[in-house]
Design a protein around this ligand. Structure first.
Ligand code: UDX
Ligand code: UDX
Length: 461
């Protein structure tokens, strides 16, 4: 029976996952540790570093009871019988596999740290999304501890989506646990199964071998992203033929073999996982000498880049082929609604294209702080950070963002955008007043009645 869990990495995945495990297992002590002291401090307040609907309530119930956030990494590892590794695994920006392979140095560091401080047997759980066979590397490092501690490595990928993390954790479609098919491995799988079985029905807990579990995570994300790229490819065709992409999506989704979910055409998918995981899959295929398979999956990414570029180019062309010196209001910056996460958000790339044409962008997002917005755009290194500050302004007032603007670009599907006073916004804009709805979120008919010129994804108004 597991009594003490440690999770290394208090991010979007580690934080919410451990909060729910602690809530549902009051007899297990759960310590979440992180090298980032500021982040840990925030987890101990009511201003959590991660915005997720319902998360604060869960944290408040368990925090101080059996859920603890600290920077005491070594002490927590030593005490724990089960250690989750939930650190970030960004795409490598240098060297072998640059731009594709996952940078596993944080995972490796965790394994080394566990190896150096552990004195008793432990189960190590990969929570971060990792390329297939990473567990082998972790095992190799752990086997070199010098003391007599024994380790079992499990893969337990996270399928929660940001913005719905608490619901996804409370009521998952499935929990996946992969491990070695040895007596010790199977025992470790059972131990972790028992933790989830506190609230997840047994039949939803899938047990597999280690490599299947690792590969399932990459495959699930690749399939999901592929649906979006597929419908987005059709959106371009809709715009030139007069078909309506929402009608097409609805009608194909009614076929139960296709299904209705994840068919919402958009300015392009973002988030920390899809692009990274597919690139990872592409890299794996190339590594194993399967270039045709690599190309097949790479196309999902290329189509997504195309969709973001197409949206930006449509804005420039519609505004009479130049946005230079024109004020463009950007509503939304997060990669989707109900999160303050901006990793790989379409907004960043759309803005970059517009800034290249010297647009004057005013950004409003209900949850993303100003410093993240500048950090995101500076990170691209397309222009100096002074230039970005000069061309891009962040505001807390959507009406101010839209005032005297030539166009509005809706890039995140925040619910609040629907309830704005669109007549008032229209009255204060430059004419003709354009709206580019990258999420098909707003009531286009009503906007056109007001006088807006509406451009939307997969529509040909
Ligand atoms: C997760 C997964 O780990 C990633 O593999 C998956 O594909 C996406 O979700 P996420 O929780 O979103 O990542 O990442 P992030 O919010 O960046 O959190 C990672 C945390 O780990 C950070 O707070 C960071 O400070 C911490 N960390 C990183 C450590 O504590 N130690 C390290 O050595 C590196
Ligand atoms: C995803 C997976 O859904 C989750 O299972 C995995 O564990 C992590 O990666 P996440 O990145 O948090 O989760 O968000 P998700 O809801 O999948 O959205 C990803 C992107 O796709 C967002 O930018 C979203 O706006 C976009 N999207 C989603 C669409 O454009 N159309 C859709 O129909 C659905």
């Amino acid at each position: 029976m597991i009594k003490n869990i440690c999770c290394i990495g208090a991010g979007y995945v580690g934080g919410p996952t451990m909060a729910v495990i602690a809530l549902k297992n009051p007899n297990i002590k759960v310590s979440v540790v992180d090298i980032n002291a500021e982040r840990i401090a925030a987890w101990n307040t009511n201003e959590l570093p991660v915005y997720e609907p319902g998360l604060l309530e869960v944290v408040k119930q368990a925090r101080g009871r059996n859920l603890f956030f600290s920077t005491e990494i070594e002490g927590s590892i030593r005490e724990a019988d089960m250690i989750f590794i939930s650190v970030n695994t960004p795409t490598k920006t240098f060297g072998v596999g640059k731009g594709r392979a996952a940078d596993l140095r944080f995972v490796e560091l965790c394994a080394r740290q566990i190896a150096s401080v552990a004195t008793t047997n432990k189960i190590v759980v990969e929570k971060s999304t990792l390329p297939v066979r990473t567990a082998q590397a972790i095992k190799t490092i752990l086997s070199e501890t010098g003391n007599h501690a024994k380790f079992q490595v499990l893969s337990n990928p996270e399928f929660l989506a940001e913005g719905t993390a608490v619901d996804d954790l409370m009521n998952p479609d499935r929990v996946l646990i992969g491990g070695d098919q040895t007596p010790e491995g199977l025992k470790a799988i059972e131990e972790l199964t028992a933790v989830y079985a506190s609230w997840v029905p047994r039949e939803r807990i899938i047990q597999t071998r280690l490599w299947s579990s690792e590969l399932t995570k990459l495959t699930a994300n690749a399939f999901l992203a592929q649906r979006i790229s597929s419908i987005n490819s059709i959106s371009a065709l809709c715009e030139v033929t007069g078909a309506d992409v929402d009608e097409v999506a609805f009608a194909i989704g009614a076929d139960t073999r296709i299904g209705a979910k994840f068919l919402k055409s958009s300015v392009g998918f973002g988030g920390s996982c899809f692009q990274k995981d597919i690139l990872n899959l592409v890299y794996l295929c190339e590594f194993f000498g399967l270039p045709d398979v690599a190309k097949y999956w790479e196309q999902v990414i290329l189509l997504n880049d195309y969709q973001k570029r197409r949206f930006a180019m449509n804005i420039i062309q519609t505004l009479f082929n130049t946005v230079s010196g024109k004020k463009i209001a950007m509503l939304g910056w997060a990669f989707k609604k109900d999160t303050n996460d901006t990793r790989e958000s379409a907004a960043i790339y759309v803005s970059d294209h517009l800034l290249n044409d010297m647009a004057n962008i005013w950004v409003y997002d209900p949850k993303v702080p100003e410093k993240s917005i500048y950090a995101d755009i500076d990170y691209l290194e397309t222009r100096s950070s002074e230039k970005n500050k000069e061309l891009l302004t962040v505001t807390h007032d959507p009406y101010e963002a839209c005032k005297n603007a030539h166009a509005i670009a809706v890039v995140t599907e925040w619910d609040e955008f629907r309830s704005y006073d669109w007549q008032k916004i229209y009255d204060n804009m430059m004419k003709p007043a354009f709206i580019f709805d990258g999420r098909n979120l707003l009531d286009h008919k009503k906007l056109m009645e007001i006088g807006f010129k509406v451009k939307a994804i997969g529509k040909s108004y």
